[in-house]
Design a protein around this ligand. Structure first.
Ligand code: AMP
Ligand code: DBH
Length: 547
């Protein structure tokens, strides 16, 4: 932070007073903070293993010591409490240490996925007004130091870069140290602890400010629902920066419980099964395509998977037939998880009858999660009828950061978050996801905004118009298909894909398929909305494929 007055937009997440009083009285918000609980666990479970990953095996005391060293080092380099720091690390133990260190120094992590590239990271840095970036030397073959250089050129306000591994001209995370007496007191539990990233249903990803109180409640309560205790071993198989493996109950839930966190370098059975056998993993969260892959691989593996008690599946819809295959293949309890980084998380309960586990996406964590299912006019629909899901509650945000236009769209006047999901509620209060109202592609749990990709395609000189839609896919659940009207000479599909990648985007956003069309012309007369147009293109394409 500079010496002059702080001109950045303050980080806020505010619930109306009456709700604050209610959530406190109910014992959801207990005034706990990240540094507060981490310090406590380091004392109580000092010698227990907290984090396993790569060659590292850190006890709770060692994790906290590292976090404090990193915290003091960051402040010694000129960062100040309140500064925002983009963190882009893979499933390595330093991810946990760095984030805990940021919390300790009252610095605000902004979580980027390892798959994100310059365009996305620069967007996060600008929106968050970040002053620092933490990346890895290399992860899955990509050099994040190169990205950091480009980021600093594009967003000069990012003055500091810290690197896990060989730092070159930057500062090595391993070398960080400083005066621990200079570390701040613990933060206000209702202050914003970090910024999570939304999947971006329209346009660019939005930043989600979560508070200590609300987030800790979500994983503390998740622990109870998911059976996480001190003897649990939680495997992070999905990218650790995802809200699901972070908080449902995720590695934070595991650390809160004094359990062991094991980081898998990849989500596939090859890497994960050996770790499950070696560490006696009890719980893991997967997206549907992975769960099916695991279920098939489990039949053939020589690794002992008998420690697994709960396999959670979420991020995208798990259809009943797939749910049956997961149960049969993995031979442990399946838990469906329907959540969102904005808050609301639903779980099937571990003792629910199989029928519910197979056919529903669970019910909310909290008795005070207010869930509405409404028609297009906002009127509640009866149970069993499909409608828009709205949510409000003790861990669901009331606003995005620095995005008035998105806030106007995404929240009702009385503070409900419009999830964009179409659901049915059963008489028992369970939700069944039926689809969504927004045009994004849910590609194996990664959400892709159609609009964002269309914009990049339209920037190509040989593209006259483009519409990106989701197409059902056997392996991914959904894949992305770009319908393109060429402008002049028709480009090759590979060229257009390379173009999108070259725009500095995550590889998962590159269209899986490109279909050239003469026109979007439809029989419909008059003005057709973008949304209708996408729907028509999808229908026509699927009808053609079926014939
Ligand atoms: P995000 O807002 O980027 O965190 O993504 C959350 C969205 O992922 C939800 O609003 C749903 O559209 C989708 N999602 C998450 N879990 C499930 C699930 N179990 N079934 C269907 N969709 C899901
Ligand atoms: O998809 C998600 O964002 C998600 C899925 C399951 C999530 O945020 C969560 C659980 O917490």
């Amino acid at each position: 932070m500079s010496q002059s007055a702080d001109t950045r937009l303050p980080l806020r997440q505010v619930w109306p007073d009456a709700f604050v009083a209610r959530y406190r009285a109910a014992g959801y918000w207990r005034g706990e903070t990240f540094p507060g609980f981490l310090r406590d666990r380091a004392r109580r479970f000092a010698g227990d293993v907290a984090v396993v990953g790569g060659e590292a095996r850190w006890t709770y005391a060692q994790l906290w010591d590292r976090a404090e060293r990193i915290a003091a080092g960051l402040l010694a380099h000129g960062l100040a409490p309140g500064d925002r720091v983009v963190v882009q690390l893979g499933n390595i133990p330093e991810f946990v240490a760095v984030v805990c260190g940021l919390f300790r120094a009252q610095l605000i992590p902004v979580y980027a996925l390892p798959a994100h590239r310059l365009t996305e990271v620069a967007h996060f840095a600008r929106r968050a007004e970040a002053s620092a970036y933490v990346g890895a030397e290399k992860y899955e073959g990509f050099d994040y130091r190169t990205l950091a250089r480009e980021l600093q050129r594009e967003v000069p306000a990012v003055r500091h870069v810290f690197v896990v591994g060989e730092a070159q001209e930057f500062v090595a995370v391993d070398a960080l140290d400083g005066d621990r007496a200079a570390l701040p007191d613990d933060p206000d539990p209702q202050s914003v602890a970090f910024l999570q990233i939304s999947g971006g249903s329209t346009g660019l990803s939005k930043l989600i400010p979560r508070t200590h109180d609300d987030y800790i409640y979500s994983f503390r309560a998740s622990n109870e629902i998911c059976g996480i205790g001190r003897d649990s071993v939680y495997l992070v198989a999905l990218p650790a920066a995802h809200n699901f493996p972070m908080s449902s109950p995720g590695f934070f839930g595991a650390l809160y419980a004094g359990a062991r966190v094991v980081l898998s370098p990849g989500p596939g059975p090859d890497a994960a099964f050996a770790l499950i056998a070696r560490e006696r993993v009890t719980c893991v969260g997967l997206v549907p395509p992975l769960a099916l892959l695991w279920a098939d691989a489990a039949a053939k593996t020589a690794h002992d998977l008998s420690s697994l008690r709960v396999v959670q599946v979420g991020g995208a819809k798990l259809v009943p037939e797939a749910a049956r295959r997961v149960i049969a293949g993995l031979g442990c309890t399946l838990q469906q998880v329907f959540g969102m980084a904005e808050g609301l998380v639903n779980y099937t309960r571990l003792d629910d009858p199989e029928d519910i586990v197979i056919h529903t996406q669970g019910r909310p964590i909290s008795p005070d999660d207010e869930v509405l299912v409404v028609d297009d006019r906002g009127e509640p629909v009866p149970d069993g009828t499909t409608g828009h899901l709205l949510a409000r509650g003790p861990y669901t945000i009331r606003a995005y950061h620095n995005d008035p236009a998105a806030n106007a769209r995404a929240f009702t006047d009385d503070g409900y978050y419009r999830t964009g999901d179409m659901v049915q509620r059963t008489a028992g209060g369970y939700l069944i996801v039926q689809g969504r109202a927004t045009d994004h592609i849910n590609r194996a749990g990664e959400k892709i905004s159609a609009e964002e990709i269309e914009d990049h395609l339209l920037a190509h000189p040989q593209v006259f118009d483009a519409a990106v839609v989701s197409i059902p896919d056997e392996f991914l659940g959904e894949r992305s298909c770009a319908f393109v009207i060429p402008g002049g000479a028709r480009p090759r599909p590979a060229e257009l894909k390379a173009w999108v990648r070259g725009r500095g985007l995550a590889a998962f956003k590159v269209p899986d398929q490109i279909v050239f069309v003469e026109a979007f012309g439809t029989t419909a007369v008059g003005k057709v909305s973008r949304r209708e147009l996408r729907a028509q293109l999808r229908e026509r394409f699927l009808a053609q494929e079926a014939s």
